[in-house]
Design a protein around this ligand. Structure first.
Ligand SMILES: *Cc1c(COP(=O)(O)O)cnc(C)c1O
Length: 653
C-alpha cells in the first residue's frame, strides 16, 4: 500500500483542532488575536465617540443579574453540547462530516462579530466578493471557465446546503428552457427564433444561452423606451411570470418536463420538484447497473420522450452517492444528451456532487490542468478507476454542479454551493432588469454579482460562511498539492479500510459472511454481513440493524459508552441490478427469494462507513482506528451470535 511520508503527514498537522484538541493553543491565539482586532476596529471607527457603557456599569446589580443569567444559560448550553456527536474523532465514521478546517473555523469566528449579510454589497462590502470568488475557485476545480473577463465565465454562489443548490439547478434549467418560448410568444423581431414552441422549449442549453445573449445585445441596441417595452413584453410571456398553469395553457403542444435522475439520487431532488410545482411525478428514476446510472436506460427513456414529445428538463448525474459514494458516468450521460439534443430533445445536465465534488482536487494540477490517470494512480492501490476518472474529466462540459463545502470541504454547516458553467444565464434568475450589455455603463462581473440577492434562492444570509470558504480555499488551493492532500488521506483510508474488511471476512468466516459489496469509487465503504447458516433477508437485516444500534448516536446514553460511530444504508435491486443483487445474496448465503416488501425487507441492510477523518491512521502513536474498529466489530458480531473465536480464550460471551 502506498504509504504517506512523514513530510506529507506534517503538512496537515496544523489543519485541524485535532482529535485531542492538540492545536488548542493555535486556535485560541488566533481567535483572541482577531477578537481584539475587531474591538480596535470598533474603537477606531469614530475615536471621538466616548464609551456609552460606563466603566462602573459592570458593578450594577442589573448588569450582574444579566451576566449571571447569561452565564447560567451558557453553562447549560455547554453542558448539553457535551452530548453532541463526536465528529472530530477518528472513531466517528458515520455521516458525511468530520473535524473542521482551522482556517475556515477561525475565518468564520473572526467574521461573526462584523455580521455581514451577503444578500448584497450594501450589507457585506467585503464578503459578497469573497462568495463570488468562491464560485470561481470551485469553477476552476471542476474545469469550468473561471476568468471573469471571459464573457462565458462560470458563476457560483453559496447556499445553505446541497439541497438548496439542487433547487437552484432546477430553477435555472427551467428558466433557460422556457425563455425561448417567451421570446417567440412576445414576437421579438430581428432575432432568428426556433420555428415552433416544441423546438423553442427543447433547445440545447448552449443554443438557449446564445439566444439569450443575442436578445440582450438586441435590447441594448434599442432606445430606452423601446427597450423597456420589449423587456416587459417578454417578461410577461415568461414561465416565471405566468406560472406553470398559464404557461402550459398558452402552449398546448408542450408538457411539464421530466427530471431524469438515478434511483440513488438524494431526496432533495424530490423536494425540489415539489417546491417548484413541477410535481414529484415528473421525477423519473433511472436504474443503476453496477452502482452507476444505467446509460442504456437513459438512452431508452430519452428516445421514448422524443417519440412521445415529452420534454426533459435535466438529467442528473450523482458524483459520490450519499449511500455508497459511487460515481455516475458523467461522460456518457453528456454523450447521451448530445445525441438527444441533435434529435431535438435538448436539456441540461446537472451534477449533484454535494459529496464528491472536492475529490476533483486530487485530479488537478496547480495551474488547473487535469492530471493524467496514470499519474494519479501511482499514489493508490486501485483509485481512480477508469469510470471515476472519466466522470471527473467530463465535469467541465456539464451545465451546472452542486458541491457542499460543509461535507468534504471540512467547513461549518450552512455552506453548500451551486455553480453554473456559463454565467450569462443568471440574467434569467434576476428579480430586476439585469442589463448585461448597456455600453459604457455595462457592469463588470464582480459588480454585477454584488447584488447577490437578485440571483440566489435565499435572501439575507451569512457572510461569515463565505469568508470561511474563501479563506480555506486560499490557504489550501483546490489542487492535488494543497487541498488534495486531505482528500487523498480519505481515499487512502478507504483503501486501507477495504483491505482490512477483507481480512475481517476471512478471520470470521466461521460465524458470519462479510463482504464489501462492491469496489468503492471513493471514500465511503460499505460492509454487508449475514450470520452463517441464515438464509433469510429479514434475519440478516435485523442482525445488521442490531450492530448499527451499537454505533449510532443515542442522546439517552453517555457518549463515552460508544466505541465507534457508523451509519447504515441498504442495497436495493434497482441500484445494483438483478445480476449484482444475486451475486451479493449468493456471497452472503442469502436466499434472494426471501426479498419481500414486508417491513423494508425488499432490500439488504448494510453498514456504511464515511472515511473522512485525517487521523484514522494515527502514525504518531502507531494506532490504526480502522484496525480497532474491526476488532470491535468482531467482538460485537461474536457477542451477538454467542460464539467465541476459535483459539481465543479472552473473548467473553
Ligand atoms: C448531502 C447531499 C445532498 C444534500 O445536501 P445538504 O447539504 O444536506 O442539503 C444532496 N445530494 C447529495 C449527493 C448529497 O450527498
Amino acid at each position: 500500500m502506498p504509504a504517506e511520508s512523514p513530510l506529507t503527514r506534517h503538512r496537515i498537522d496544523a489543519c485541524f483542532l485535532g482529535p485531542y484538541g492538540e492545536n488548542d493553543g493555535l486556535l485560541e491565539k488566533l481567535v483572541v488575536e482577531f477578537l481584539r482586532d475587531h474591538v480596535y476596529w470598533r474603537r477606531n471607527f469614530h475615536p471621538e465617540d466616548p464609551p456609552a457603557i460606563s466603566t462602573e456599569a459592570s458593578r450594577h446589580p442589573d448588569y450582574l443579574a444579566f451576566e449571571s443569567r447569561m452565564r447560567r444559560e451558557l453553562h447549560q448550553l455547554s453542558a448539553a453540547l457535551k452530548r453532541s456527536v463526536p465528529f472530530h474523532s477518528p472513531r466517528y465514521m458515520g455521516h458525511m462530516v468530520s473535524d473542521l478546517l482551522l482556517p475556515g473555523l477561525v475565518a468564520q469566528i473572526l467574521t461573526l462579530p462584523y455580521n455581514p449579510n451577503n444578500v448584497s454589497e450594501d450589507s457585506a462590502p467585503v464578503t459578497v466578493d469573497m462568495e463570488v470568488q468562491v464560485g470561481l475557485q470551485l469553477a476552476q476545480m471542476v474545469g469550468y471557465p473561471h476568468d471573469p473577463l471571459q464573457p462565458d465565465c462560470a458563476f457560483g454562489h453559496l447556499t445553505s446546503g446541497g439541497t438548496l443548490a439542487n433547487y437552484q439547478a432546477l430553477r435555472l434549467a427551467l428558466a433557460l428552457k422556457a425563455f425561448p418560448v417567451a421570446l417567440r410568444a412576445a414576437g421579438v423581431p430581428d432575432l432568428v427564433l426556433p420555428e415552433d414552441d416544441w423546438a423553442a422549449f427543447n433547445l440545447h442549453p448552449g443554443a438557449g444561452t446564445q439566444l439569450l445573449d443575442q436578445w440582450q445585445r438586441w435590447l441594448a441596441g434599442q432606445s430606452s423606451t423601446l427597450r423597456n417595452q420589449w423587456r416587459r413584453r417578454v417578461q410577461e410571456a415568461r414561465i416565471e411570470h405566468l406560472g406553470l398553469v398559464e404557461f402550459f395553457a398558452r402552449h398546448p403542444t408542450l408538457r411539464v418536463p421530466l427530471v431524469l435522475a438515478p434511483v440513488t439520487a438524494h431526496y432533495s431532488w424530490s423536494k425540489g420538484l415539489k417546491l417548484l410545482g413541477l410535481g414529484r411525478a415528473q421525477m423519473h428514476l433511472l436504474p443503476e447497473n453496477g452502482m452507476r446510472l444505467d446509460v442504456d436506460a437513459l438512452e431508452t427513456i430519452l428516445e421514448r420522450c422524443q417519440r412521445e414529445r415529452q420534454p426533459v428538463l435535466l438529467s442528473v448525474a450523482v458524483l459520490g452517492t450519499t449511500e455508497y459514494g459511487t460515481f455516475d458516468p458523467v461522460d456518457r450521460m453528456l454523450e447521451a444528451r448530445e445525441r438527444a439534443s441533435a434529435a431535438g430533445l435538448g436539456h441540461s445536465v446537472h451534477v449533484d456532487a454535494a459529496w464528491g465534488g472536492y475529490l476533483a482536487t486530487v485530479f488537478r494540477n496547480e495551474d488547473g490542468s487535469l492530471r493524467s490517470r496514470a499519474e494519479i494512480a501511482r499514489g493508490y492501490n486501485a483509485f481512480p478507476n477508469e469510470e471515476v476518472y472519466s466522470a471527473i474529466a467530463a465535469l467541465a462540459d456539464t451545465d451546472s454542479i452542486t458541491i457542499d463545502p460543509h461535507k468534504l470541504g471540512y467547513l461549518p454547516f450552512g455552506t453548500g454551493a451551486f455553480v453554473c458553467r456559463d454565467h450569462r444565464v443568471t440574467a434569467l434568475l434576476s428579480e430586476e432588469a439585469d442589463y448585461v450589455f448597456t455600453g459604457a455603463a455595462s457592469k463588470s462581473y464582480l459588480e454585477r454579482y454584488r447584488g447577490l440577492g437578485q440571483f440566489i434562492p435565499e435572501g439575507s444570509k451569512s457572510g461569515a460562511n463565505a469568508a470561511a470558504v474563501f479563506v480555506t480555499h486560499r490557504v489550501l488551493p483546490l489542487n492535488h498539492l494543497h487541498f488534495g492532500r486531505l482528500t487523498r488521506q480519505t481515499i487512502l483510508a478507504a483503501e486501507a479500510f477495504h483491505q482490512r474488511a477483507t481480512r475481517f471476512a476471512a478471520d470470521n468466516q466461521d460465524c458470519v459472511a462479510a463482504l464489501v459489496p462492491f469496489q468503492p469509487d471513493s471514500n465511503l465503504v460499505c460492509l454487508a454481513l449475514n450470520p452463517r447458516g441464515n438464509g433469510r433477508i429479514a434475519a440478516a437485516n435485523a442482525f445488521v440493524r442490531g450492530l448499527h444500534d451499537d454505533m449510532r448516536a443515542d442522546p439517552r446514553h453517555p457518549l463515552q459508552l460508544k466505541q465507534f460511530f457508523g451509519s447504515m444504508t441498504t442495497l436495493r435491486a434497482e441500484a445494483l441490478g438483478e445480476v449484482e443483487m444475486r451475486r451479493i445474496c449468493d456471497a452472503l448465503g442469502l436466499d434472494s427469494a426471501t426479498l419481500d416488501g414486508e417491513e423494508g425487507n425488499d432490500r439488504i441492510v448494510i453498514l456504511r462507513h464515511t472515511l473522512m477523518n485525517p487521523y484514522l491512521i494515527d502514525h504518531e502513536n502507531g494506532i490504526s482506528y480502522i484496525d480497532l474498529y474491526f476488532e470491535y466489530l468482531q467482538e460485537r458480531v461474536r457477542q451477538r451470535l454467542g460464539t467465541i473465536r476459535p483459539g481465543d480464550s479472552s473473548a467473553s460471551v
